[in-house]
Design a protein around this ligand. Structure first.
Ligand SMILES: Nc1nc2c(ncn2[C@@H]2O[C@H](COP(=O)(O)OP(=O)(O)OP(=O)(O)O)[C@@H](O)[C@H]2O)c(=O)[nH]1
Ligand SMILES: [Mg+2]
Length: 357
């Protein structure tokens, strides 16, 4: 799963990318190039299983991030970067920090205006994709009549009308057929949007209030949009500390946990992902699957052979396992369930797949 980090210039994109992925893009990389890195999604359940099994390997779920060069107002084309097209979601870094030393490309700090500006660039990119496609479809339809061409034209026209009126596509109702038709397109406003508000140190103690102060009215509660607040310099400082120091420091600031951790969890659930866990002496691991995935498909997330040879899934919810103390106890208590192919896997299920071959 992959997020493209977008935002105006000097909003803190690369700083956040480095904090999330631990990857420091070298000077050699060049400013206008995209950087790619992987962030581990923190999961206390996995940590607990690891403490229980002492496995050789501990493998958290990951989200990949691609740091994309800054977007300029009216740039339009800058949004048509090939890197953006394949992304599962967009992470828009919006600047709320003030700084004399770092100029704001729009002259002053105004997060709601900047998000609007970004959204406009996304809409313009979609408008041009839709218009081009309609033009090609029009020509094709003069040559031959086919119901699938009519269906595609109708779906793309619906999108064109919406973006032309300034409505992001994540906000319109699409039928399953329309969604299927549009899957091959790279409409940017159809992608889930994680807004990351990068606040100054003076706001670090009240991250929750920062989104309200930024006044993101029309995005608040909009479908496919989630908010996250971070203070980059503070996160940088925390990164240098030991886990104990971190906990102490966060407590002192009155913060429940690390903003970066919350950001990663928000990114994960914005994409509709849940985790199931596998536990053993060799490896404890969290696996990402879309919510609603069947047991047999979940097996395929591990290996196609396990999917093909699926016999049964032995399932126990994480909490039940912890209360019992071990899988062996779950077995004797009868709390280890045997589930078939169609069982819908739940977030936090600890699973052992029985398979042939
Ligand atoms: N004071 C302050 N400075 C920040 C913050 N976040 C980033 N900066 C600084 O702002 C400058 C730009 O940060 P970058 O992370 O390079 O921003 P960017 O969005 O990647 O910039 P471009 O790639 O040029 O578009 C750097 O000097 C950062 O140290 C913040 O929250 N507070
Ligand atoms: Mg950058």
């Amino acid at each position: 799963m992959e997020f493209g980090i977008v935002g105006l210039e000097l909003s803190g994109k690369t700083t956040l990318f480095s904090l999330l992925t631990g990857h420091q893009p070298g000077a050699a990389g060049g400013k206008r190039e995209a950087h790619v890195g992987t962030a581990q999604v923190p999961d206390p359940r996995l940590d607990r299983l690891t403490a229980m099994y002492h496995p050789k390997k501990h493998t958290p779920a990951v989200v990949r991030f691609v740091d994309i060069p800054g977007i300029t107002k009216g740039g339009g084309q800058s949004m048509n970067l090939p890197e953006l097209k394949t992304m599962d979601g967009l992470a828009a870094v919006v600047r709320a920090f003030g700084s004399e030393a770092i100029p704001h490309p729009e002259g002053d700090v105004n997060p709601a205006r900047d998000l609007d500006l970004l959204e406009t660039e996304l809409l313009l990119s979609d408008l041009s994709i839709a218009t081009n496609r309609l033009e090609k479809l029009g020509k094709e339809m003069q040559k031959r009549k086919a119901p699938e061409l009519t269906a595609e034209r109708n779906a793309v026209e619906k999108c064109r009308l919406a973006v032309d009126a300034g409505t992001p596509l994540r906000q319109i109702d699409l039928t399953p057929e329309e969604k299927k038709i549009l899957r091959g397109f790279t409409f940017l406003t159809l992608k889930p949007l994680l807004v990351i508000l990068n606040v100054g140190e003076e706001e670090a103690g009240d991250l929750a209030g920062a989104v309200k102060r930024a006044g993101f009215g029309k995005w608040d509660g909009a479908p496919g949009v989630a908010f996250s607040v971070v203070c980059a310099p503070l996160e940088q400082e925390i990164s240098q500390m030991s886990p104990d120091e971190q906990a102490e420091f966060l407590k002192g600031m009155g913060l429940p946990d690390r903003a970066l951790d919350r950001l990663l969890r928000a990114a994960y659930s914005l994409l509709g992902l849940i985790s199931f866990l596998t536990a053993g002496e060799d490896e404890c691991r969290a696996w990402s699957i879309p919510a609603g995935t069947s047991a047999v498909r979940a097996a395929g997330a591990i290996h196609t052979d396990i999917e093909k040879g699926f016999i049964r899934a032995e399932v126990v919810p994480f909490q039940t396992l912890i209360e019992a103390g071990s899988l062996a106890v779950c077995k004797t208590h009868g709390s280890l369930r045997l589930e078939g192919k169609e069982y819908v896997v739940q977030d936090g299920d600890v699973i052992n797949f029985r398979h042939s071959g």
